[in-house]
Design a protein around this ligand. Structure first.
Ligand SMILES: Nc1ncnc2c1ncn2[C@@H]1O[C@H](COP(=O)(O)OP(=O)(O)OP(=O)(O)O)[C@@H](O)[C@H]1O
Ligand SMILES: [Mg+2]
Length: 497
């Protein structure tokens, strides 16, 4: 993180003045203090990034200010200045927690080096804080699959990773858009720099701007200290704007400016901050439609859509299913300590015939549950997969372009209210009997099962489920009420997608 505000704590006026002027020439905001008491007041009043502190001061030792800083939530870094060019005094400074030290007299270059180190250190610290909120293993970042679609995708990833171009990744929910964005980052020249993600759909609307661009202390109620935004955190690296279609028009126009000018101002701030960031955005909506409906700015769409990448739905690459299922099975068997004997032949067939509206995430959930439920070392049989509609009554959209209208590209492969006899009808082939009893299911029952299956596929997230099924959240809620399944605990799943 860039160093902006610095305190020079030094009782010798000449040194204090010299250092202050040097820092001001370098455009830092500098506050001066000639005693520990004065420095404390400054630290209480404002957020500073760095303190240059003399070791011997009239009212105590410079290390006292170090202790004081370390109790603060956004502790500034402290570089001690000592007149004693001895190894012992240097060691003492570092032992007491100083970030660095300068031995007097020091050159301008030595000061510059300390600031450069502090900038790098600060960014690492902030990025680490950001990353410590979640983390996945390397194994989970591998794009599995050997279908032609995945090979093409990998090719494109390799090509685009070599450039600095902005990338827009589109695809249905759960197809692997975030995974693709990480793959681009990992094979790019920025792979040693931060990768910062922002889930635009998960941040409350009134906080999006501050999350993106940061805020100054006191910018709004609750802004108790200065905070860098995700763009600043990503400086030098890559930012992932996940679910970009969800941002409001106001934030869209501010984002456009960052993409065009690579500069921003924090909320409540006046200083213009330059950022060097590679942008990757994802969306599971068709952004061209959002542009047509005037929900998304066309100029922003063009800025984002420099290299478009489409991640195909799982139903268009059935050939990848056995490989994906087997490797998820191994992953979850290890994670839960449940040894399994693999999938039975009929399970593999069932997996390959399912339409996977929730794509790879749905497959992961199905396999994880089957692994947990299976008996130790036993083969996983179809009943453990819980693909109810599939195993009892198969519903398939053939991979025939003429019958793959808009419905399937939206992932809404099944409309349960349509009459679905056991024969082919409008290109939709369906079996609507319960295999156990041979009884023909009613449309109501079929719809109910389909709704539960879709909920399962989207991890009980009602917003996504309703969107996917093409019904309003209210309709979904009413139907669940009818089924007696509308418990309060599920309400939260309507907002946090
Ligand atoms: N080809 C793949 N190989 C292995 N795992 C995959 C693959 N594609 C996706 N996954 C896994 O599936 C899950 C969903 O992927 P991801 O989060 O990238 O999807 P998404 O398209 O961003 O979904 P959403 O739109 O819901 O955010 C992740 O756990 C991811 O690791
Ligand atoms: Mg995602």
């Amino acid at each position: 993180m860039a160093i902006e505000k610095i305190i020079v704590l030094e009782d010798e006026a000449i040194i204090r003045k010299h250092l202050t002027e040097l820092l001001q020439r370098r455009n830092y905001l500098v506050a001066q203090a000639d005693s520990i008491a004065k420095a404390r007041q400054l630290i209480d009043k404002d957020d500073f990034d760095l303190v240059f502190a003399d070791v011997r001061l009239p009212d105590g030792a410079g290390t006292e200010i170090l202790d004081y800083c370390q109790q603060k939530p956004n502790a500034p870094l402290v570089a001690l200045m000592t007149a004693y060019a001895s190894v012992e005094s240097a060691v003492e400074c570092m032992k007491s927690g100083a970030f660095d030290y300068l031995i007097k007299p020091f050159s301008d270059e030595q000061v510059d080096i300390v600031i450069k180190k502090a900038t790098e250190f600060n960014q690492l610290l902030k990025v680490n804080q950001h990353l410590s909120s979640g983390g996945t293993s390397d194994e989970e970042h591998v794009i599995l699959g050997n279908s032609p679609a995945i090979e093409q995708l990998n090719d494109l990833i390799r090509k685009v990773a070599r450039t600095q171009a902005t990338v827009l990744i589109q695809g249905e929910s759960g197809t692997g858009k975030e995974l693709v964005s990480r793959a681009i980052y990992k094979s790019s020249t920025r792979s040693k720099q931060p990768f910062i993600t922002v889930n635009c759909a998960a941040i409350p609307e009134n906080l999006v701007e501050s999350e993106f661009f940061g805020h100054e202390k006191g910018a709004f109620t609750g802004a108790v200290s200065r905070r860098e935004g995700r763009f600043e955190l990503a400086h030098g690296g890559t930012i992932l704007l996940d679910e970009i279609s969800e941002i409001s028009p106001v934030v869209q126009s501010k984002l456009l400016r960052v993409l065009q000018e690579r500069e921003l101002e924090r909320v409540g701030g006046t200083r213009t901050i330059g950022v060097d960031v590679r942008v990757i955005a994802t969306t599971n909506r068709d952004l061209t439609q959002s542009v047509e409906r005037k929900e998304f700015r066309q100029d922003l769409f063009f800025r984002l859509n420099v290299v478009p990448i489409h991640v195909p739905p799982l139903r268009e690459r059935h050939g990848d299913i056995p490989l994906l299922a087997e490797s998820f099975m191994r992953r979850y068997a290890k994670k839960h300590g449940c040894p399994v004997g693999g999938f039975s032949k009929s399970s593999l067939e069932a997996l390959q015939h399912h339409q996977w509206p929730g794509n790879i995430r749905e497959l992961q959930n199905v396999v994880e549950r089957a692994v947990i439920l299976s008996a130790e070392g036993a083969l996983i049989e179809p009943d453990l997969l819980g693909l109810t509609v599939m195993s009892s009554g198969r519903i398939t959209i053939p991979a025939n372009p003429s019958s793959q209208g808009e419905e399937s590209s939206q992932g809404a492969t099944i409309k349960a209210e349509r009459p679905l006899p056991k024969s082919t009808h409008d290109g939709v082939q369906a079996e609507v009997s319960n295999s156990a009893s041979g009884e023909i299911l009613s449309l109501g029952e079929l719809e109910k099962r389909h709704i539960f299956q879709a909920l399962e596929a989207f991890g009980q997230n009602r917003t996504k489920t309703a969107k996917h099924l093409g019904i309003s959240i209210r309709t979904l809620r009413n139907k669940l009420n009818e089924y007696g399944a509308n418990e309060l605990e599920n309400e939260a799943s309507e907002d946090n997608s």
